[in-house]
Ligand binder design. Structure first.
Ligand code: GUN
Length: 294
């Protein structure tokens, strides 16, 4: 069994980006600039956005963090996005999800200009991804593809079972793994809350991507010997022995499942850091596209 070390793989990608940005700057070109909008005080969202801003600093990107109260009106939020769309210096815009109830995710996602949509959530970019056209691929599934590539895991002809059909992870993951690109060409089964024979399907999987947000859900009796396990879950579980009052738990019962696997991602330190590296790659591309357009 080999651990898929997301911290290491992510660092390798960030180091490469850092070199490329230094080259850009040395040529007198503008460096990538990511603008992140954080609405409210959700603890997990704060952690994620801070990690994104920190990665920008580490690589040499510019970043702007815009914080808004959770009472912000939809109109004001859309106006903020419009201003960022119009700002030439800003290459990538991300609005951290989830948003407060009174704001429509769809309206916000549709408001970000597709050329600056480094989250890859805009319908135009989702459409391009489905068609296999070059675009911004959502950070979590893109990061997982980069991790698979980093470890050169053979995917061609394999049966991949994706558990969870969210727009952010499960659904795009199923598209990428079934696509004709490098590290695609899987036969994919996309499972969700109405799947009746989940255990049987998982037992047939060469690759399982668990993205349902239920701690420890994937047990050892659901996993075939030698399977590749990608755990996207990162739930905060109350734990009084921790200073923070919680620990992070994946969707896979790691201790029991790991001995059966060929490869497995830990939580934390697996998929999480890869999503950051993927976002940075998207932001770099958004900026590089501007340089080419000039
Ligand atoms: N919330 C959870 N994952 C993501 C993500 O990839 N992007 C944004 N904007 N919000 C998220």
């Amino acid at each position: 069994m080999q651990i898929l070390n997301g911290r290491e793989a992510s660092q390798a990608i960030k180091d490469q980006l850092k070199l490329s940005v230094a080259q850009m700057a040395a040529q007198g070109k503008k460096v990538p600039h990511l603008a992140a909008i954080l609405v409210g005080n959700n603890g997990a969202s704060e952690t994620y956005v801070n990690a994104k801003v920190k990665a920008c600093e580490e690589i040499g990107f510019k970043s702007t963090l815009i914080r808004a109260e959770d009472t912000i009106s939809s109109l004001r939020l859309l106006d903020t996005i419009a201003q960022l769309n119009a700002d030439y210096d800003v290459d990538g815009i991300l609005v951290q999800l989830p948003l407060p109830q009174h704001i429509s995710d769809t309206e916000v996602i549709n408001a970000v200009h597709p050329d600056k949509d480094v989250d890859g959530f805009h319908p135009i970019n989702v459409g391009k991804m489905v068609l296999g056209q070059p675009t911004y691929v959502p950070a979590t599934p893109y990061g997982i593809m980069l991790l698979i590539e980093h470890y050169k895991i053979e995917t061609k002809g394999k049966h991949a079972v994706v558990v969870g059909r969210s727009n952010i992870v499960g659904r795009p993951m199923s598209i990428l793994l079934s696509g004709a690109g490098a590290y695609g060409n899987c036969t994919v089964t996309l499972c969700h809350s109405h799947t009746t024979n989940l255990k049987e399907l998982c037992l047939e999987a060469d690759i399982i991507v668990a993205a349902l947000g239920k701690p420890g859900f994937i047990k050892e009796d659901m996993v075939k010997e030698g399977a590749v396990i990608i755990d996207v879950g990162i739930t905060r579980v109350p734990d009084s022995s921790k200073k923070s009052g919680f620990r992070l738990s994946g969707d896979v019962d790691f201790e029991k499942v790991a001995p059966k696997c060929s490869y497995i991602t830990p939580v934390p330190g697996g998929v999480g850091p890869m999503t950051i590296a993927a976002l940075m790659k998207n932001t770099f591309r958004a900026c590089a596209a501007k340089h080419h357009d000039r």
